[in-house]
Design a protein around this ligand. Structure first.
Ligand code: PHE
Length: 370
């Protein structure tokens, strides 16, 4: 009887099995209904008496041994699988977490928020007026009648007129009494323009509320211009204050406060006489140079950054009586000031940039510096 050899062979095969399915195959091979052990049992019938009993015992022992070997191997395999899983899923809670890439607001947006905050401290309310507006608000109500040459300075984009009648969202034309006007042309307000400045917010704000008015309007503006310091789309900021007895001193005080808050506490502004149709008197605002402190000189040499001690910031003035009237406000009772300038221009001065296109090309190498 070669049951010893069989046991050796079976144990070796079981020991080497690497999967449940191989183990199952071995179980069938040795212990199955037609397996090796069963075959031996079948041959017992040919034997007699003691020999039969002895060999029967031996076979039972063999069967038992193989069963045990299978069980042990199965347990070992399960333990091993668990260990592997534990290793794979091990979590070291003391490791630092993986940082996600973190974005931030565009610098123009950051500047808009900062300007809004600075003016909010003086009680100016942030407004946003249309970026596509009627000629009336962009020009006519600002004391610039049609055909006036002053308009030329705002190189304006006009919205093309169209012969279509206005329709409801479902496509049906509006009834006559609701005004079948040509799109982009209004009988009183004129054509539509891409706002060339934020001053269109002035009369709109006067129409919205009675004085005292303190608002800033920050919006996109459009002009037909393009070079390193001008873009066809840019942002402007407009401040408007209307109350009783407002004078140029209030304007100057507000501008100085802004210059200190935004650029630094040693900065100041100066007003130079200028001309705008919608303010009288009008000024151009300069801000003292941050490098030479407004002297125009460093150690006896001309300041290379400003060349004169001052940088031009934007326009300002006392609101023209005709503009107050257009907004339904009595110029004998109220007066006010307005100021406005470009956001990108301010940023270029603050960050010492020479090319305005840096704001629009979405170059991460540039943007990630801020
Ligand atoms: N709207 C003027 C411009 O775009 C600036 C300005 C604003 C001037 C308010 C006076 C008062 O140049």
């Amino acid at each position: 009887m070669k049951s010893n050899n069989i046991l050796q062979e079976a144990k070796q095969a079981i020991e080497q099995a690497q999967s449940q399915s191989v183990l199952e195959e071995l179980r069938v091979k040795y212990l199955g209904r037609k397996g090796i052990v069963a075959e031996f049992f079948a041959q017992l019938t040919k034997l007699k008496g003691d020999e039969r009993a002895r060999q029967g015992q031996e076979l039972n022992a063999l069967k038992h041994e193989i069963t045990r070997a299978l069980e042990q191997r199965e347990n070992a395999m399960q333990t091993l699988a668990l260990e592997k899983l534990a290793e794979a899923e091990a979590l070291d809670v003391t490791l630092p977490g993986a940082r996600l890439p973190y974005g931030h607001l565009h610098i123009t947006t950051q500047a808009i928020e900062e300007i809004s905050r600075i003016f909010a401290q003086l009680g100016f309310q942030r407004m946003r007026y249309p970026e596509i507006d009627w000629d009336y608000y962009a020009f006519e109500s600002l004391n610039m009648p049609k055909g006036h040459p002053a308009r030329d300075e705002w190189e304006t984009f006009f919205i093309a007129g169209s012969q279509q009648t206005l329709t409801r969202p479902n496509g049906h034309p509006l009834p006559e009494r609701e005004g079948r006007v040509r799109a982009a042309e209004h009988p009183k307000l004129g054509r539509m323009v891409l706002t060339p400045h934020t001053s269109n917010g002035q009369v709109r704000e006067m129409e919205r509320r009675r004085p005292p008015i303190r608002m800033i309007n920050i919006a996109k503006c459009y002009r037909r211009q393009s070079d390193v310091t001008h873009a066809p789309m840019f942002h402007q900021f407009e401040g408007l204050l209307i109350d009783r007895n407002v004078s140029v001193t209030h304007l100057k005080g507000t501008l100085d406060y802004f210059a200190r808050a935004y650029y630094g506490k040693d900065r100041r502004t100066r007003l130079r006489p200028f001309h705008f149709r919608f303010t009288e008197p009008s000024f151009e605002i300069d801000i003292s140079c941050g490098i030479c402190g407004g002297t125009g000189e460093i150690h006896g040499e001309r300041c290379k950054v400003c060349k004169s001690g001052w940088h031009e910031l934007g326009g300002a003035g006392m609101v023209h009586p005709n503009v107050l009237k257009a907004g339904g406000i009595d110029p004998k009772e109220y007066s006010g000031f307005a100021c406005g300038w470009g956001i990108e221009r301010m940023l270029m001065m603050k960050l010492k940039l020479s090319d305005i296109r840096a704001f629009y090309i979405a170059d991460l190498n540039f943007l990630e510096q801020f």
